[in-house]
Design a binder for this molecule. Structure first.
Ligand SMILES: CC(C)(COP(=O)(O)OP(=O)(O)OC[C@H]1O[C@@H](n2cnc3c(N)ncnc32)[C@H](O)[C@@H]1OP(=O)(O)O)[C@@H](O)C(=O)NCCC(=O)NCCS
Length: 178
């Protein structure tokens, strides 16, 4: 297992599994209220908690794949971010409850509306179909999360119904291998 810690490289992003060295950036991402608003998860409270969350996360060990950190390939003068900075995460996760694989993403607000989530999520779908050989990938999103719904539409996913997501009434999107 652990074989897919390095993910796709896209025009602007490198994808790789996060490590303890990314804890500070991961903490900023996951403690920003606008980022956490529709995720159904409580914000992280400390860098230590972020480090534990990364280091104890079982997905890569258990399934070989998981959500990757999204790192800039080049400096971005508009936001002041530098090459190598973590600006979000994106990737696939096996949902044991549903026995499905879902695509998920989260980016820092300074980088919203620049197409990063679309770029990363498209690459995740291609990885799922071409490398993992999946037949179907799903996504769960709260209906009020307009930006996330839009990304799912842009990457070709279709609304198929609703799904309980840790007690929240989420929309279920799907895409099957073309
Ligand atoms: C969802 C999220 C990842 C989108 O990231 P992003 O990099 O800004 O996405 P993109 O730029 O690729 O595309 C965003 C699209 O949504 C649109 N959009 C942005 N805000 C919107 C809103 N409130 N309502 C409807 N559409 C919206 C943008 O205009 C764009 O569509 P367009 O290209 O047709 O103009 C980002 O908003 C985020 O991190 N949100 C917090 C975390 C989160 O909710 N994750 C998803 C959990 S299911």
């Amino acid at each position: 297992m652990d074989q897919y810690r390095t993910g796709p490289t896209t025009p602007r992003l490198i994808h790789r599994a996060m490590t303890g060295a990314d804890a500070e950036s991961f903490f900023v991402l996951n403690s920003t209220p606008e980022v956490m608003r529709y995720t159904g998860e409580p914000p992280l409270e400390s860098v230590e908690q972020a480090r534990d969350a990364i280091e104890q996360h079982p997905d890569f060990r258990t399934n070989g794949f998981g959500r990757w950190g999204c790192f800039l390939r080049k400096d971005d003068p508009a936001s002041g971010a530098r090459a190598g900075d973590l600006i979000g995460f994106c990737g696939l996760k096996h949902l044991d409850d549903l026995n499905e694989v879902d695509v998920g993403f989260r980016f820092l607000p300074a980088h919203w509306r620049k197409g990063y989530a679309t770029e990363a999520a498209r690459a995740s779908l291609a990885f799922g179909f071409e490398t993992l050989g999946l037949g179907r990938i799903i996504a769960l999103v709260l209906p009020e999360n307009g930006a996330s719904v839009r990304v799912l539409e842009k990457i070709g996913m279709s609304l198929v119904g609703r799904e309980d997501c840790d007690g929240l009434d989420a929309l279920r999107y799907e895409i099957t291998r073309g």
